[in-house]
Design a protein around this ligand. Sequence first.
Ligand code: 5GP
Ligand code: ZN
Length: 113
Amino acid sequence: MADCIFCMIANKEIPSKLVYEDDKIICFHDLEPQAPVHVLIVPKKHIASLDDVTAEDQELLGYIMIKVKDIAKQLELENGYRLVNNCGEDGFQTVKHIHFHLLGKRKMTWPPG
Ligand code: 5GP
Ligand code: ZN
């Protein structure tokens, strides 16, 4: 989608610090890390948010969930990690292309702010 930062990253029109890529997803380091390890797992398909997924996306979302542990292993997050999706205005979503934050290498707090 034109004017979408994450589509542009997926299309290599904007550089990123790549962690993992295949035909369905791309994973890269967040520009403003909130933990020693902070990467974004992003489907190449443009879906605006978790609120916009349809039954057609079931396989893709399942694929992402299964890939999380592989990416976590690659990043040596053997002590655990947090996976976050921000959705919509109250969820503080700033990039309108669905993505999952994978954070690790520090003890997380609960509840989130
Ligand atoms: P959101 O607030 O939508 O859940 O998360 C968007 C994330 O994308 C933020 O953590 C922000 O730092 C990150 N981000 C925004 N623009 C870029 C960019 O151009 N490159 C990278 N690597 N991360 C970005
Ligand atoms: Zn997009």
